[in-house]
Design a protein around this ligand. Structure first.
Ligand SMILES: C[S@@+](CC[C@H](N)C(=O)[O-])C[C@H]1O[C@@H](n2cnc3c(N)ncnc32)[C@H](O)[C@@H]1O
Length: 210
């Protein structure tokens, strides 16, 4: 293991550092260009189309919800929505953006430390967030998510295909959709409903078996 990899490993274990990193990121509005980049807008529309296909009139949760942009687009089509993000700054903006949607709520939470209610959600979505966990940390996550889904409920995964550090020198991201989604696809109790490979990202929908 080289020095950079060692530093990454140490940094990942410091949850306060990860929180700090994302709060710094959100010191500017829309740091991931979700409202300004055509690529991001088209991708978000694609995600919304998929969600509308699987979204029930019941309970949905999103981890890594950022400023609540996706919530704002789908609030009219779902029952209850719960959004979680590690960044207080992002959540403050998410609440403001969605203040007219009574069915939408947000909380600051680190998914790594979160315990989830059992058989509770009808849809869970993780979009561009699971690559912030190490491979070791990822291993128990399919089981944790499985337990929180109701029987026959859906998990939607959206992650970029790019691997390695991004151009800003992001120290946390190591791998992308192939590694992450395959882990869930091969988790024995998920049934694969849909698996779309775009040139840049992958959208996978899985169902919790009974
Ligand atoms: C790359 S952004 C993705 C935002 C949006 N979901 C999307 O698809 O564009 C990653 C988001 O995940 C959040 N995040 C990262 N690690 C997290 C964790 N451990 N628990 C909760 N949220 C986390 C970040 O604050 C950020 O809002």
């Amino acid at each position: 293991m080289n020095i950079q990899e060692r530093l990454k490993k140490i940094a990942r274990k410091q949850r306060w550092l990860i929180r700090y990193y994302f709060n710094r990121k959100y010191s500017e509005n829309d740091p991931y260009f979700l409202t300004t980049s055509d690529f991001e807008r088209n991708k978000m529309e694609h995600v919304v189309r998929v969600l509308k296909e699987y979204s029930p009139k019941d309970t949905m949760m999103e981890v890594g919800c950022g400023e609540g942009i996706l919530a704002n687009l789908i609030a009219g089509d779902i029952g209850q929505y719960e959004g979680f993000d590690i960044s207080q700054k992002a959540i403050t903006r998410a609440i403001e953006r969605n203040k007219n949607h009574a069915n939408v709520s947000f909380q600051v939470r680190d998914f790594y430390k979160m315990s989830l209610p059992e058989k509770h959600y009808d849809v869970m979505i993780f979009s561009e967030v699971l690559f912030y966990f190490s491979l070791e940390e990822l291993q128990p996550i399919p089981g944790k998510i499985f337990e929180a889904l109701k029987p026959n409920a859906y998990l939607v995964l959206v992650h970029c295909r790019a691997t390695g550090d991004d151009e800003s020198g992001n120290m946390i991201k190591d791998y992308g959709a192939k590694t992450i989604h395959d882990l869930f696809v091969h988790f024995r109790e998920f049934e694969l409903m849909q698996d779309e490979w775009d040139e840049n990202y992958r959208i996978t929908v899985l169902k919790r078996a009974e």
